[in-house]
Design a protein around this ligand. Structure first.
Ligand SMILES: [Zn+2]
Length: 432
């Protein structure tokens, strides 16, 4: 059984394709249930007659692809006369991609070819787009002037369409296709942008500087500080492999603009510590040091290296542990006093919610999440068998908050001891 027939079932369904050959195919064969004029049956009959006629005239099947050289010539005439791609598509009802493929030399279906060839040059003024575009930035002009300007710019040694596109703020493909002469007309905005680019701008863009030891040292020093090559590549707008290549000395020269970016970034991250510890470890293993260990000439300052490095690392680690302990205590306080869910606490403290859950179960507290629409519970309630444990946890938290000099790590250690004692009690109960 045809699944569509089952889907529509009744002919009065709002989606039933009345008035089309498909409706007849789905079972609407007589005039009485069909509300459309012409009816489904008539539409199907027309279609069959059309197929018969095509066969009689020796035309290929509708989906057959025919060569479209004559269509391409006709399109060129339309383009010359000022038609835009969009206008041709609208006027003919042929898809934009099909027209583009014909322009590039592909064939098309014969019905598309017929539709395109039926457009006359004089039809242009009747299209809505023609009137609209003369008031819009999508206004189309001849590409000749922009092409001429492009050819002049490309005479600068080292210039390419990509470089000019970067100067003009256009996509590489736009400039390339204008240079290749794919379309005789372009948007007014593109035309203005290309013609605004000067020789000096292109020369500045293609200017290259040698990769000195100083540049390599800057990249590596940032890497040691945790600003890894991948992170740097995003800042330069280059690939990871490019940054790594420069640092390894694979290039003898780089663009001056890129060198400028490297110096600017080094100035910005001086004295700060980044997130990428793996990359930092690799650079350190190769004998590189943070920026502060070098003087302006790129020479290592004697005596400044190891102590500073070690001290800073220890301080950072100690600070991180303190912060974790503070978060741990705050998460417990929020859960017990305000009844907030783990997800909400995690968002508030900037930690993962599973970490919050681990902290809570780690001191023997279990919660039941309730409410919330979509992602997780909005509040959480203490499980009934944990009330004694909660009271003891609250006591330690109160002691911590009343004494500002108390070390948060010390409080966390006390909480862990509490859990251990609870475990011992439970085991004792089981044994007895
Ligand atoms: Zn019908």
């Amino acid at each position: 059984m045809n699944p569509n027939y089952r889907l529509y079932g009744q002919f009065d369904h709002s989606d039933f394709p009345h008035g089309t050959p498909r409706g007849s195919n789905l079972g609407c064969r007589t005039a009485s249930p069909c509300p459309a004029t012409p009816t489904c049956a008539q539409a199907e009959s027309t279609r069959r007659k059309q197929i018969e006629l095509n066969r009689h005239l020796g035309r290929p099947w509708p989906s057959a692809i025919v060569p479209a050289d004559d269509v391409r010539d006709h399109l060129q005439v339309l383009f010359q006369a000022g038609w835009s791609l969009q206008e041709i598509c609208t006027a003919s009802g042929v898809a934009r991609l099909t027209v583009q493929r014909i322009v590039r030399g592909f064939g098309c279906r014969w019905d598309a070819a017929d539709a395109l060839k039926s457009i006359a040059v004089a039809d242009l003024r009747q299209t809505k787009e023609f009137e609209a575009r003369h008031r819009s930035p999508r206004h189309i002009v001849s590409a000749a002037a922009a092409r001429k300007h492009l050819r002049m710019l490309l005479k600068v040694p080292g210039a390419s369409c990509g470089v000019i596109a970067e100067c003009a703020g256009l996509a590489n493909s736009v400039v390339t296709s204008i240079h290749a002469g794919n379309y005789p007309s372009i948007r007014l905005a593109s035309d203005r942008k290309i013609r605004a680019v000067t020789r000096e701008q292109v020369m500045e863009q293609v200017c290259r500087v040698p990769v000195t030891q100083k540049i390599v040292q800057l990249i590596r020093s940032m890497q040691v500080q945790g600003w890894g090559t991948k992170w740097q590549s995003q800042y330069y707008g280059r690939t990871y492999h490019w940054v790594r290549g420069v640092a390894r000395g694979c290039y003898s020269t780089i663009y001056a603009a890129d060198a400028k970016k490297i110096f600017a970034l080094a100035e910005r991250v001086e004295g700060t510590w980044g997130p990428d510890l793996i990359s930092a470890g690799k650079a350190r293993a190769q004998g590189w040091h943070p920026l502060a260990c070098y003087n302006n000439a790129g020479q290592l300052l004697p005596g400044s290296v190891r102590e500073r490095d070690k001290d800073a690392a220890r301080r950072d680690r100690e600070e991180a542990l303190q912060q974790t302990a503070r978060n741990h205590l705050e998460a417990l306080r929020l859960s017990l006093e305000e009844g907030i869910s783990a997800g909400a606490i995690g968002k508030k403290l900037g930690v993962d919610d599973t970490q919050v859950q681990r902290w809570r179960t780690g001191v023997g507290l279990h919660f039941v999440g309730i409410g919330g629409t979509g992602g997780g519970a909005s509040t959480s309630i203490l499980r009934r068998d944990c009330t004694t444990q909660a009271r003891q946890v609250m006591r330690i938290l109160a002691a911590y908050h009343s004494d500002p000099s108390m070390d948060p790590q010390e409080a966390v250690r006390e909480l862990r001891a509490l859990k251990a004692s609870l475990k011992r009690q439970q085991q004792g109960k089981k044994a007895a």
